[in-house]
Design a protein around this ligand. Structure first.
Ligand SMILES: *Cc1c(COP(=O)(O)O)cnc(C)c1O
Length: 462
C-alpha cells in the first residue's frame, strides 16, 4: 500500500476530526464570509506525482482554495435560486460518502429501499401520490428525464418506439411552453428533438404565465398530432405560475404529454397560503422538483416524477433489447441516465427525518416573507419592482435609466461589497435584478442588511 494511504488509514479518526474542525470553521464563519467575490485565479499546482497525504492536502486546500470559495451557503446569497444545506442534510452527505453505496441496484443493500421511501415522502410533500420517482442530479436532468418519457409517449401515440427506432421515427416534434427554463431547451437538444422544436406560446399580458387560450390555439393547429407541453411552476425571473388545472383540462381536446417544471416553485405546496399556485400539479404526466434549491440539501439532488414508469423503463433500460425488461420494481439504474449512482436520497432522508414537513414548511414560509420584506424596502428611492412578489423572488430594476451597463455595474458593486449577491435577468425587455430566497438561515436582519447594500449600490451608479 502507498505509504501516504497507509498512514491515512491508520490515522483516520484524527484526520477526520481535523476535517470536521475545518468544516466547522467554515460553517461558523458562513454568515460573515463575503457572500460572493470576483474570482482571482489561484494558479497552477505541480502535478502530484507523489502525494502528500490527507493532512497536508487539507492544509493546502485551506490555504490556496478555500479563501476563494463564496459564501453561497450562507444567509445573504440571493443569486439564481440557491439553497443552503440544513445541518441534517450535511450529516447525510458525509455519511453518503462514508458508506459509498452504489444506488444502481437493490441486490446488495437497503440503499435502493431508502431511495424508494424518500421519493415517496417527497412525492407526498407535493401531493404526487400516484407518481413514481427517482433521484437525479438536478432539475436539468429531471426535465431531461421527464421529456425523454414524453418523447417515448409521442412514439407510443404514433405507433413507434423512439427507444428502439430513434427520434427520426417521430417526424417533426412540437414542445409548447410559455416561459420555459433554459434547461428545457437544453434537454430537448440532448434528446435529439432539436432546439427549434420548442415553440414559445404567448403569455398573459404583463405576465410570464402561459395564455391558456393561446396554448389551445397552438395545439389546435397541430391537427391531432401529439405534442409535449411544458408547464412552468414557477418561472425563474418573476416566479409566475401557469394555470396547471386549465392546461391539464386541455387534454380532453388535444393529445399531449404534460410535463411540469416545478424545480423550486413546487415548494409553494408546502405553504398553505401559497399552495393554490400549484393546484393541479398531480395531473401532470411528469414533474421536475429540485432538492438542492429549496429543500436545502447540498448539491446535487433533484427528483423526477412520472405516471408512466413503463415508458421510462423503455428509454433507460440498461440492456440491449427492451424485451428483457425486469419484473417487479425496476432498479434505479433502469430509470435514469446514470447506471452507477450516488445515494443522493440520503441527504433528503436526513433532513426530512430531522425536521419533517413542518420544519421544511417553516423554511419556505420564512423565505416567502423575506422576499416581501426586501421588496417593501426596495420600492422607495432609486429602485422599483418590475413584478409583484408571488413567492420567494423580488424582481426589480433601477428607476432611472435601467440600461444593461448600469445593471451590470450594480451587480458588480453589490458583489464587491460582499454583503449580498443578486443576479440580473432581462424581464419584458427591461434589464433587471432579482433576489431569490431559498436558504434556511436567512433572517429579517439579513434581509435588512441586503436591502441597505443594494440601495447603497443603486445610489452610487453613475
Ligand atoms: C434551477 C432550475 C432548473 C435547472 O436546475 P439545475 O438544478 O440547475 O439543473 C430548471 N428549471 C427551473 C424552473 C429552475 O429554477
Amino acid at each position: 500500500m502507498d505509504e501516504n494511504l497507509a498512514i491515512d488509514r491508520a490515522e483516520l479518526p484524527a484526520l477526520l476530526d481535523a476535517v470536521r474542525a475545518s468544516a466547522m470553521e467554515v460553517l461558523a464563519g458562513i454568515e460573515s464570509r463575503p457572500v460572493a467575490r470576483a474570482p482571482k485565479a489561484v494558479g497552477a499546482e505541480e502535478f502530484p506525482e507523489q502525494g502528500v497525504g490527507l493532512r497536508q492536502a487539507l492544509a493546502r486546500f485551506e490555504e490556496r482554495w478555500a479563501p476563494g470559495f463564496s459564501g453561497s451557503a450562507g444567509p445573504r446569497y440571493f443569486g439564481f435560486v440557491t439553497g443552503g444545506a440544513t445541518p441534517a442534510s450535511i450529516a447525510g452527505d458525509w455519511l453518503t460518502a462514508a458508506f459509498d453505496q452504489n444506488a444502481m441496484s437493490s441486490e446488495d443493500s437497503t440503499a435502493s429501499e431508502l431511495e424508494q421511501l424518500t421519493v415517496g415522502w417527497i412525492g407526498r410533500l407535493f401531493g404526487l401520490s400516484e407518481h413514481t420517482g427517482a433521484f437525479v442530479s438536478g432539475a436539468t436532468m429531471s426535465n431531461f428525464v421527464g421529456l425523454a418519457i414524453g418523447r417515448e409517449w409521442l412514439g407510443e401515440q404514433l405507433g413507434v418506439s423512439v427507444a428502439q427506432d430513434g427520434v427520426g421515427a417521430l417526424g417533426p416534434v412540437r414542445v409548447l411552453s410559455g416561459t420555459p427554463h433554459s434547461s428545457i431547451v437544453k434537454s430537448v437538444s440532448m434528446l435529439g428533438m432539436g432546439r427549434t422544436s420548442v415553440r414559445p406560446v404567448p403569455t398573459l399580458r404583463g405576465r410570464e404565465a402561459v395564455d391558456v387560450d393561446a396554448l389551445a390555439a397552438a395545439l389546435d393547429v397541430l391537427d391531432g398530432r401529439p405534442a409535449i407541453v411544458v408547464a412552468n411552476a414557477g418561472t425563474v425571473n418573476t416566479v409566475d405560475f401557469d394555470d396547471l388545472r386549465a392546461i391539464a383540462a386541455l387534454r380532453q381536446r388535444y393529445p399531449f404529454w404534460l410535463h411540469v417544471d416545478g424545480a423550486f416553485g413546487a415548494f409553494a405546496a408546502l405553504a398553505p397560503s401559497h399552495a393554490e399556485l400549484v393546484d393541479g400539479l398531480a395531473e401532470a404526466d411528469s414533474v421536475c422538483v429540485d432538492l438542492h434549491k429549496w429543500l436545502n440539501v447540498p448539491y446535487d439532488a433533484a427528483v423526477q416524477f412520472t405516471r408512466r414508469r413503463d415508458l421510462q423503463l423503455r428509454v433507460f433500460l440498461n440492456a440491449a433489447a427492451y424485451l428483457t425488461a425486469p419484473v417487479g420494481t425496476p432498479d434505479f439504474g433502469h430509470l435514469v441516465p446514470e447506471n452507477s449512482r450516488r445515494l443522493r436520497a440520503l441527504t433528503a432522508w436526513f433532513s426530512l427525518t430531522a425536521y419533517g414537513r413542518t420544519g421544511h414548511r417553516d423554511i419556505v414560509q420564512r423565505n416567502i416573507s423575506a422576499a416581501r420584506r426586501l421588496a417593501d424596502q426596495l420600492t422607495t428611492g432609486p429602485l422599483r419592482l418590475v413584478a409583484p412578489v408571488r413567492l420567494n423572488v423580488a424582481c426589480f430594476t433601477l428607476t432611472d435609466r435601467p440600461t444593461l451597463e448600469r445593471i451590470d455595474a450594480m451587480v458588480a458593486a453589490v458583489a464587491d461589497g460582499g454583503e449580498t449577491f443578486i443576479t440580473p435577468p432581462v424581464y419584458a425587455g427591461v434589464p433587471a435584478l432579482r433576489a431569490a430566497f431559498s436558504n434556511w438561515r436567512t433572517t429579517d436582519s439579513d434581509v435588512d442588511r441586503a436591502a441597505k447594500a443594494i440601495i447603497a449600490a443603486a445610489n452610487e451608479i453613475p
